[in-house]
Design a protein around this ligand. Structure first.
Ligand SMILES: [Zn+2]
Length: 513
């Protein structure tokens, strides 16, 4: 199970909606005609490639390794066609639309390698009670969502992702097919990581209580086959859809949920189709205890025994890995995706310096509730500095390292390094336009440092994915954001009023004298 109170692996949510959420409301502005909740045949609703060429003039181009000042960047179709001196670029593209880049900075789109978008429902609740969530509500909020409402929650997360600078999101859950079309319509680039599990006597991440009463796992070929069919159907319908903007990876939820057969099936499928795959790994002490008790191995060693580690795997969290596991992960070239904000909420930061030193490439993700990759980079920056305990503290890592993790590391995790992760000629035009003329960014000796340390998502004025503006001048262009917010607010208020009526939330504040 994901790091969530949302039962993301469930495919049996019953529609109990009293809200008449129409397709028109859900997709208004997208010009879409297909049902949001159905798996859509590949290419049925493919968008035409961009015909326009755009030149960002007299601007700053920021990559992890270099910053170019007073240059122009040309976008032609879905690609970055040129970067260079503005007059020369304008001369080469005389009919291009010109985006005045003065006072702006262009950054590569950020890649969120670990999201559960529908978990937006639990904002303001799921952050503050540990993991697995120790708060026992009488009603699970997500059980009150219809399929359409769950999709709406996921779309809200996607819109937040755009506003916070992500251009690619790994949506990691079960039954993604129900939300796939609506998510694709936001214009984001996605990896849909369809989560499969085959344990029949377990229910998601192990807690102290469930560990105490746990028995040896029993694995179910039936569950495995059902989950695997879901993954295969999603792959057939969506992998490569929308001009390749959508990819589908097979995956499993947790080490404690996965039989050796399932682990092998995921890895074999990924190898056959040249895909990546992911897992939640070493999230809690109880997960480690459970694996030792029932398999005689720590979680990473169990995965190593069944050939699951390796450079196709991006393992999320790795908070409770010991030295032997760090060595295993490093030797195998396993990528670690680091959800710094959620890790901080849970009160534990994974040993990122040791994982780096062992050879693990690092990517970043948001996990639940938030989809803000700027905040994620900032928290990753400061917490890694604290963890390092250097002789001269506060020098490493640098903001450039965070952009390298969140963009280049992410591109590696989603296996699109040749196309994503930096602003280079020939790569996809997935980019973020920052307005640098903001009180908190002027003056700035180094714009990337200023933004990661001091910036706000609202500094982002435009976002392009695959050469298309999905947000321009802070307006989302792909869906009707205003009406979606109104609907989501209505759904959220209805659900939380029911939940709180059944079990008022008591906040465990610190004692005060
Ligand atoms: Zn998760």
């Amino acid at each position: 199970m994901p790091d969530s109170t949302i039962d993301c692996s469930s495919s049996t949510q019953s529609p109990r909606s009293s809200v008449n959420l129409t397709r028109r409301q859900l997709l208004a502005g997208a010009g879409a005609g297909a049902a949001a909740l159905l798996i859509e045949p590949r290419g049925l609703k493919a968008q035409p490639p961009s015909s326009g060429t755009v030149v960002f003039s007299h601007t700053t181009v920021v990559n992890a390794d270099a910053v170019q000042h007073d240059v122009a960047l040309a976008v032609e179709g879905d690609k970055i066609a040129a970067i260079g001196e503005t007059d020369a670029i304008l001369g080469a593209y005389p009919r291009a639309a010109v985006y005045d880049g003065r006072g702006k900075a262009l950054l590569p789109g950020l890649i969120n390698c670990h999201a559960h978008l529908a978990a937006t429902l639990a904002r303001g609740f799921n952050e503050d009670f540990g993991f697995p969530n120790s708060y026992r509500l009488a009603i699970r909020p997500e059980s009150l969502l219809s399929d359409e409402e769950a999709t709406l929650m996921a779309v809200m997360g996607a819109l937040e992702s755009i506003r916070c600078g992500a251009t690619t999101v790994v949506e990691y859950t079960g039954s993604i097919g129900r939300s796939a079309a609506a998510l694709a319509d936001t214009g984001l680039r996605f990896v849909f990581a369809e989560s499969v599990r085959d344990v029949e006597n377990g229910a998601g991440p192990v807690s102290a209580e469930s560990l105490a009463r746990s028995e040896a796992p029993r694995f179910s070929p039936k569950l495995r086959d059902e989950g695997w069919k879901r993954a295969q159907d999603l792959f057939d319908a969506w992998h490569g859809a929308r001009e390749g903007r959508i990819r589908v990876f097979p995956t499993t939820a947790l080490a404690e949920d996965s039989s050796p057969e399932l682990l092998h099936a995921v890895r074999d499928f990924a190898e056959k189709h040249d895909l990546g795959y992911t897992i939640h790994l070493a999230q809690t002490r109880w997960e480690v205890e459970y694996m030792l008790r029932h398999h005689g191995l720590r979680p990473s060693a169990y995965l190593a025994k069944h050939d699951f580690l390796g450079p196709r795997l991006f393992a999320a969290h790795c908070r409770y890995v010991d030295d032997s596991e760090i060595a295993l992960l490093g030797r195998s070239g396993t990528i670690v995706t680091h959800q710094a904000h959620m890790a901080g909420n849970r009160g534990v930061i994974p040993p990122i310096p040791a994982l780096r030193a062992a050879g693990c490439p690092i990517a970043q993700g948001t996990d639940n509730n938030t989809n803000d990759m700027l905040e994620t980079m900032r928290i990753a920056l400061v917490t890694e500095r604290i963890l390092r305990d250097d002789a001269t503290p506060g020098r490493q890592p640098q903001p450039e390292d965070m952009l390298a993790d969140a963009a280049e590391g992410g591109a590696r995790a989603v296996r699109q390094e040749a196309l994503l992760g930096s602003l280079e000629v020939g790569k996809k035009a997935d980019l973020v336009v920052l307005d640098t003329q903001r009180t908190h960014l002027v003056p700035a000796g180094r714009i990337l440092s200023a933004w990661i340390n001091n910036g706000q998502p609202s500094d982002i004025e435009s976002v392009l994915v695959d050469g298309q503006f999905v947000m321009r001048d802070r307006k989302i262009l792909t869906v009707d954001e205003e009406s979606l917010i109104a609907e989501a607010d209505k759904v959220g208020r209805r659900i939380w009023s029911q939940v709180e009526a059944a079990s008022p939330v008591t906040v465990p504040r610190l004692p005060r004298s």
